[in-house]
Design a protein around this ligand. Structure first.
Ligand code: AMP
Ligand code: GLY
Length: 422
């Protein structure tokens, strides 16, 4: 199989690394990729939202399957674009179609879906500028802190958690006035749930699904989960509190009703589905659905997935995922993200990265890297994810940290406490 993988982050390097191990692979292309994916496949320089450019590449390189890393092309309808094109409609794109991707693309859509199918989630109200007064009344009836979410995709910045009621009302008005652009034309106001989060993933052919290893990511920039939100500073798998009893509740109350709900509404969902969960007094609630794998969770999930990923992808394509086997490495995996100085606020790019030759016993998944004059340089806020196995999460974390120390670039920063709360 010739594969085209879309994306350029640590998630995509980890997926590429896993795909490259498959006996079913002929050639692997990644677009746009990064300096890491360039070592295991061929990078193309087409943006993930340039569907015409992707079409040209698919035809030119005789691509058999397209695998989508990030949500953007899914929410913009890349699956439907392929299905409606006479030259592309035999080429499967792994990911949900436009409607199914609304599970991530619209918070209001996913909240309504959960209500219809009795899937546990925070109480909420969706408001627009026409219903602002109802929104304010709903906020007044809630207790602090207040959760405001832009309905649409807002580059991970569309969720605000606010302590004061006055500030929440002010923010609600600003969101409806366009603070997050059209993504905030509808705002979902939610009850705040206090608990511990975890990410659960399935791969599905629309009919059957397989559970992948769960993970927990660490979003704040500072140790002890302090400071600004980032795209993710590290991740661990397995997650100690996601034990048999908890996971059975997740299956019975969340995954199965979600699959049944999608089917009953004739929404054909294929690809990866990510359940962002929170455990409140031992009960799982859905914080959000994502139409893709998580980042940096994929950097630990792929380490623990022993099954051939392209075998599973074939199951998605052929609708016989039920016949495939998921084999999971019992070891722990921890990834530590190296980030640029200043991130998640302003940071500089183009810093030369050295020390790759000193890495031993860890996997280096590149995120924001590229080449400049034959050198690997930083090209984003999150630069690379150092990922390791261990017989315990602490051992895996120590191993990732020891190797993280070996990589140098100006301004390099990473958290040393990934997994601290488990
Ligand atoms: P989301 O983009 O929906 O994942 O939200 C970003 C983060 O905000 C989540 O990972 C949670 O940490 C937090 N969050 C979102 N909704 C809630 C909620 N209802 N209660 C508590 N925390 C929340
Ligand atoms: N790590 C969370 C996400 O990928 O959305």
């Amino acid at each position: 199989m010739n594969i085209l993988l879309l994306g350029s982050g640590g998630r995509e390097h980890a997926l590429a690394w896993k795909i490259a191990q498959s006996s079913l692979l002929s050639k692997l292309f990644i677009t746009p990729g990064n300096a890491g994916t360039a070592t295991i496949g061929t990078n193309l320089s087409i943006s993930v939202n340039d569907f015409d450019g992707i079409k040209k590449a698919v035809l030119e390189y005789a691509i058999d399957v397209v695998i989508v890393g990030p949500e953007d092309p899914l929410v913009h309808g890349i699956v439907d674009f392929f299905e409606s094109d006479a030259l592309l409609n035999k080429i499967p794109v792994i990911g949900p179609n436009l409607i199914a991707a609304q599970m991530e693309g619209s918070k209001d859509f996913s909240k309504q879906f959960m209500m219809r199918h009795d899937i546990p989630t925070a109480r909420y109200k969706s408001v627009t500028s026409n219903t602002l007064s109802e929104g304010i009344a709903f906020l007044k009836a809630l207790k602090a802190p207040y959760v405001l979410k832009a309905d649409g995709l807002a580059s991970g910045k569309g969720v605000l958690i606010i302590n004061s009621l006055d500030e929440a009302i002010e923010e609600l008005k600003q969101m409806l006035e366009g603070k997050f652009g059209a993504a905030g034309n509808t705002v979902v106001i939610e009850e705040f749930l206090a608990g511990i989060e975890c990410s659960v993933f399935i791969i599905t052919d629309g009919e059957h699904y397989k559970l992948l290893p769960e993970a927990k990511d660490y979003k704040r920039i500072g140790e002890g989960d302090k400071g600004l939100n980032t795209g993710g500073m590290g991740a661990v798998s397995p997650v100690s509190f996601a034990d048999k009893v908890f996971m059975q509740k997740v299956i019975d109350r969340i995954i199965e009703p979600t699959m049944a709900g999608l089917k009953s509404e004739n929404i054909v969902y294929k690809g990866f589905l990510f359940f962002g969960l929170i455990k409140v007094e031992n009960e799982p609630y859905v914080i959000e659905y994502n139409a893709r794998m998580g980042d940096p969770e994929t950097e630990v999930v792929m380490l623990r997935l022993q099954s051939d990923l392209l075998e599973l992808i074939q199951g998605v394509i052929n609708g016989n995922l039920n016949e495939k086997e998921i084999i999971i490495d019992p070891r722990h995996a921890v990834t530590v993200m190296l980030v640029s100085g200043g991130y998640p606020e302003a940071y500089e790019k183009g810093k030369v990265i050295t020390g790759f030759d000193k890495i031993s016993g860890s996997y280096v998944f590149h995120a924001g890297t590229t080449f400049a004059n034959d050198k690997v340089v930083t090209n984003g806020g999150r630069v690379m994810a150092i990922s390791s196995y261990g017989t315990s999460k602490d051992e895996a974390c120590r191993q990732s940290l020891a190797n993280a120390e070996q990589i140098t670039f100006e301004g390099n920063y990473f958290r040393r406490d990934i997994g601290f709360d488990l």
